[in-house]
Design a binder for this molecule. Structure first.
Ligand code: ADP
Ligand code: MG
Length: 256
């Protein structure tokens, strides 16, 4: 679905002090992959590179096995760290944005698209809110609208940048259950940035850890827990072991 080979990126013109250095990654169709790393380790930058909002200094990015140089944004569904709902548009009109930006006959008539959005809003527990404005919604609801808008792009590869970072613990749990169910049904490939280790273990097939120093190399961890996943697994010895392992790898170098 996605492959990066030796990706390097620096914000400076002279390509000095790269934020990301020599990063390689392979993502298979239908996988749920979490990206973790300390703040400033380049997680959001990585998504901007995959989405084509930034160009790497070197590396080829392959999506669906094809080399993508331009228009990667057309190949992925990207949900940025801030929900970026337009405050002057209703829920329905916010969800229509991807269609408005990319009108093609193959993407259906406005009426069909609206009917589809209304079905999805119903499914997301937002049926009654289609004419509400973002400031009338709770944090969890806003995130669901932003997520729905991401799905409406119709892409198979979803890039979700800390989608639940700002939610309280209970809402976050509900959103996990909801996202796992949805992922099961829709057969999407998900790349998910989080700083919540339990969240990463609960949701993922694999976890990539970005290093705090770019030249230290990315680490990969397989989460061999059965599916469907459930919160009671938090107490499973294997789950606890994975969390300890992650904590060690993530923080051992940061705190000394
Ligand atoms: P993360 O999402 O892991 O917290 P980011 O990818 O947002 O990290 O940022 C990684 C590093 O790149 C940080 O040191 C940040 O200050 C720097 N950075 C982010 N965006 C820019 C930018 N537009 N110009 C220059 N430096 C940036
Ligand atoms: Mg970030």
């Amino acid at each position: 679905m996605l492959s990066l080979d030796d990706l390097t990126y620096s914000y400076s013109q002279s390509h000095e002090s790269p934020i990301i250095q020599g990063l390689s990654m392979n993502v298979h169709a239908g996988e749920f992959i979490s990206i973790i790393g300390v703040s400033g380790s380049g997680k959001s930058t990585l998504f901007k590179l995959i989405a084509g909002l930034l160009e790497p200094n070197c590396c080829e990015i392959h999506i669906h096995g094809e080399k993508c140089t331009t228009n990667r944004l057309g190949e992925v569904a990207y949900m940025p760290q801030k929900d970026l709902l337009l405050p002057w548009r209703t829920v329905l009109d916010n969800c229509l944005l991807p269609w408005e930006f990319n009108r093609k006959p193959s993407r259906g008539h406005k009426k069909e698209v609206i009917a589809n959005i209304q079905r999805m809003l119903e499914r997301f527990g937002l049926g009654k809110y289609e004419h509400c404005y973002p400031n009338e919604l709770s944090g969890g609801m806003r995130q669901r609208v932003a997520f729905l808008r991401t799905l409406i792009t119709g892409q198979d590869l979803l890039l979700l940048d800390e989608p639940f970072g700002a939610l309280d613990a209970m809402t976050k749990k509900e959103m996990h259950r909801w996202l796992l169910e949805l992922w099961d049904d829709l057969f999407k490939t998900v790349l998910f940035i989080t700083h919540d280790l339990e969240e990463a273990i609960l949701l993922s097939d694999r976890i990539y850890l970005l290093p705090s120093e770019p030249d230290q190399g990315v680490q990969e961890m397989h989460v061999n827990l059965p599916r469907p996943r459930h919160y009671v697994m938090n107490y499973d010895p294997h789950f606890i072991q994975l969390r300890q392992d992650l904590e060690q790898r993530l923080y051992e170098k940061t705190f000394i």
